[in-house]
Design a protein around this ligand. Structure first.
Ligand code: SF4
Length: 280
């Protein structure tokens, strides 16, 4: 399916707002997701862009991929109970964010009404205190200057530790996500196959769907390539603290076209590598 460039960029071009040159170029992406061909045309400004600027594009591609995977699972007769309003996993699940997402979320929350901003900061501060009062594992604290995580293996171990804390997400209020439209990609891509009871641990075992491209990993790799850092992930409640410690990184820019091209290469590599591995 060919996408309209303006629609593809949710009405914005990558790099818009930071460029003095409004000329654009269109970059294409062809993916094969579970045997279904998906085409995107992305309009890119010839100006500069930050890592945060790439996030709307990542969200859009992620939505398209998850739609295809979910449709495929359901057409096989399996059930996916995940839907807006269900917050079972939000009450204990570790949500890791890539660096571009961290900067984007911080930016988006800074535009929220003051009262909402303040309650979000308060909730994150409380959760941060509880995390640090529970003796975080060494691999959470020692490997970088800030409270970030490094590497997929570490993430798995920290995830087990985090589940035991039973900390609800600070963005959860009265059973609803207060940042639903801006929620992290890890939340957007978390689907389980089976019954709602299995998800709550009441009976059976919930099976987490594996997607051919995990967009937080694609963004983390992009940040690693452009910033020449380790592969980083940041715990959702620690986003504001981490941003404070890494403030200069938020404003770094690169040519938008170069960043989009590299990002699409990463997505394509992941999609083709995982195509044969994903079982739905
Ligand atoms: S950000 Fe929203 S969707 Fe994600 S865990 Fe928190 S409340 Fe749930």
């Amino acid at each position: 399916m060919a996408e309209n460039p303006a629609k593809t960029m949710e009405g914005k071009h990558i790099g818009a707002g930071v460029s003095s040159d409004c000329a654009t170029q269109v970059i294409g992406l062809d993916l094969n997701i579970l045997g279904k061909k998906v085409n995107f045309s992305i309009a890119v400004s010839k100006g500069q862009a930050t890592l945060a600027d790439i996030v709307p594009l990542a969200r859009m591609i992620s939505t398209k991929i998850t739609d295809i995977v979910v449709e495929s699972v359901c057409s096989n007769g399996d059930h996916i109970p995940c839907r807006k309003g269900c917050a079972t996993c939000c009450s204990h699940y570790l949500v890791p964010l890539s660096v571009p997402e961290v900067f984007r979320l911080k930016e988006e929350i800074s535009h929220a009404p003051r009262s909402q901003r303040e309650s979000i900061w308060q909730a994150c501060l409380l959760t941060t205190r509880r995390i640090f009062s529970k003796r975080p594992p060494k691999l959470l604290m020692d490997q970088t200057d800030g409270p970030s995580l490094v590497g997929p293996v570490d993430l798995e171990r920290v995830s087990d530790w985090y589940k035991n804390l039973k900390l609800p997400c600070p963005f959860l209020h009265k059973g609803l996500c207060t940042i639903y439209d801006q929620r992290p990609l890890a939340c957007r891509e978390h689907f389980i196959k089976g019954s709602a009871e299995a998800c709550k641990g009441e009976r059976d075992v919930a099976e987490v769907l594996r997607l051919p491209v995990q967009m937080p990993n694609a963004l983390a790799q992009l940040a690693q390539d452009f910033e020449d850092t380790a592969l980083e992930a940041v715990l959702l409640p620690l986003v504001f603290l981490w941003c404070e410690q890494n403030r200069p990184r938020a404003n770094k820019t690169w040519p938008a076209a170069m960043m989009v091209k590299r990002f699409l290469e990463i997505v394509k590599e992941m999609a083709s590598k995982n195509y044969t591995e994903v079982v739905v």
